[in-house]
Design a protein around this ligand. Structure first.
Ligand SMILES: Cc1cc2nc3c(=O)[nH]c(=O)nc-3n(C[C@H](O)[C@H](O)[C@H](O)COP(=O)(O)OP(=O)(O)OC[C@H]3O[C@@H](n4cnc5c(N)ncnc54)[C@H](O)[C@@H]3O)c2cc1C
Length: 450
């Protein structure tokens, strides 16, 4: 058998099903122009992927394999490869967003496409309701999925004997119509990106550090100044560590259930996107879809809303490409219910900046916050950002870390809307909306549009 091993969201050699097929192989990574062309030159994620791909290339060398890098449209790359060899199949792990599904379908018309299960724990058909339909509510899904895990084989994939297909490709190749471009070596600069300062951490060390404190996860994970989460989302996004490896380690620990639950949340959201692809852009329920207001949106994007917890979270995102989970919930609620902006704009803003951006988790979470999603989250459940920050950042440690201009403000005032509305603070604006009035208006608009 001659196989193309297409690495995508599985940039590792440990426990990787791609490496478990015997035979002649061509390991491949494609810098996909359909995705890259729409990104900013300073995109942090591209720097991360680039480093991760080079790391994988090094590791594959230790197995006698060489990762070929291409820059172009995957359909053109596959055509190009098929001109050289009669490949029997391409092997890759499944991805559920609509672009990925269309792309893979088109490629499957050219060459047998073997989908492997790697990015998520469960296959879409593994956990369904009695009538064969997908669960729309997380808790019953979780209960059934948890039972299914008991009998699921989570053992790691071994390394099969694989021989590298002798290929005429240079280490790096571009598939570009423009001959001048195809001559160039693949570097970040040649792809049109400015390298960003990104540190590739060791996800296995992160996991083992996290396991030492996992029993405190449930109690502390919502507190913004605590470092209680695993911080594995970016490595999981690109498969530098596999979900099975994380799950296996967690399941060995007696106090890991809250964490296992979150890992299954990731699966649940992926399955929702798989079964309801239209929710990528459309409300699942309710007609009201926000009011387009460019000025409010600009202020939000520049961390200038005047609501400290929201601006601190945006500043964290802009500076590091990360945001605490509780802060994401507060920000998304503020965006959709206080600023009344379309959730799709917020989703796109997160997509642009989050290092761990995952279409399913991001879209479903934004729809959850807007109250328009698949789950039964009602539109009238609205977070009060001031009460949230009072509860989860009482001393204002998180806020002051990202908004140094608030350093001298007493913590209690950071959660006090009346104070913030009445006080001139140097280099910091007054809140752009009144929470109470905005929330009332949101409920009215949702009711009218039902
Ligand atoms: C508006 C909004 C947008 C989000 N966008 C993304 C996104 O683009 N990519 C992303 O990976 N997560 C997203 N999340 C979920 C969550 O915020 C992050 O997964 C989490 O903050 C990552 O930190 P961690 O690795 O320390 O997570 P931990 O708390 O240690 O959880 C372990 C892993 O479980 C998964 N996970 C945890 N919580 C969730 C959740 N609520 N939904 C889905 N998966 C979860 C992640 O893979 C995470 O790495 C979003 C949440 C909200 C409210």
């Amino acid at each position: 058998m001659r196989r193309i091993l297409w690495f995508r969201r599985d940039l590792r050699i440990e426990d990787n099903p791609l490496l478990s097929y015997e035979g002649e192989v061509l390991p491949l990574f494609i810098f996909d122009t359909n995705i890259l062309d729409s990104l900013d030159a300073e995109d942090k994620r591209v720097s991360y992927i680039f480093k991760a791909v080079l790391e994988l290339k090094e590791k594959l060398r230790t197995l006698g394999l060489d990762l070929k890098l291409f820059y172009g449209d995957p359909l053109d790359v596959i055509d190009h490869l098929l001109q050289e060899y009669a490949f029997d199949e391409v092997v890759a792990s499944g991805d559920y967003d609509s672009y990925a599904k269309e792309r893979d379908k088109a490629i499957s018309h050219k060459l047998h496409f073997r989908y492997i299960q790697d990015t998520y724990i469960l296959k879409p058909s593994d956990v369904l309701k009695e009538d064969g339909s997908p669960y729309l509510v997380f808790t019953p899904f979780y209960k059934k999925a948890r039972l299914a895990l008991e009998s699921k084989d989570l053992s790691p994939y071994g390394l099969a004997k694989q021989g590298l297909l002798a290929s005429s490709y240079e280490t790096m190749s571009t598939i570009q119509k423009d001959a001048a471009v195809s001559q160039r070596e693949i570097t970040l600069e040649n792809l049109g990106f400015r390298p960003q300062e990104i540190l590739l951490d060791d996800p296995r060390k992160r996991l083992s550090d996290f396991l030492k404190k996992i029993e405190l996860y449930a109690q502390k994970r919502d507190y913004l100044q605590e470092d209680a989460g695993s911080s594995l989302s970016v490595a999981l996004r690109f498969g530098r560590i596999g979900i099975r490896e994380v799950l296996r380690a967690a399941l060995l620990h007696p106090k890991s259930e809250a964490f296992v639950r979150q890992l299954l949340f990731r699966d649940f959201y992926a399955l929702m996107l798989f079964y309801f692809p239209q929710i990528q852009t459309q409300n699942y329920k309710y007609a009201f879809n926000g009011i387009e207001d460019r000025e409010k949106f600009e202020r939000f994007c520049r961390a200038q809303t005047g609501v400290p917890i929201v601006d601190a979270a945006i500043q964290e995102l802009l500076s590091f490409g990360t945001m605490h989970n509780r802060a994401r919930m507060v920000v998304a609620s503020f965006f959709t219910k206080d600023l009344l902006l379309p959730w799709q704009w917020g989703e796109a803003f997160f997509a642009k900046h989050l290092l761990d951006y995952d279409a399913a988790s991001n879209i479903l979470s934004w729809q959850w916050s807007a109250g328009t999603g698949v789950d039964p989250q009602p539109y009238f459940r609205i977070f009060n950002p001031y009460l949230q920050s009072k509860k989860f950042d009482k001393e204002g440690v998180y806020i002051k870390r990202y908004l140094p201009q608030l350093q001298n403000i007493e913590a209690k005032y950071l959660h006090d809307e009346s104070f913030l509305q009445a006080t001139e603070i140097p280099n910091y604006p007054k809140p752009i909306v009144s929470h109470k009035e905005a929330a009332k208006q949101a409920i009215e608009l949702f009711k009218q549009g039902m």
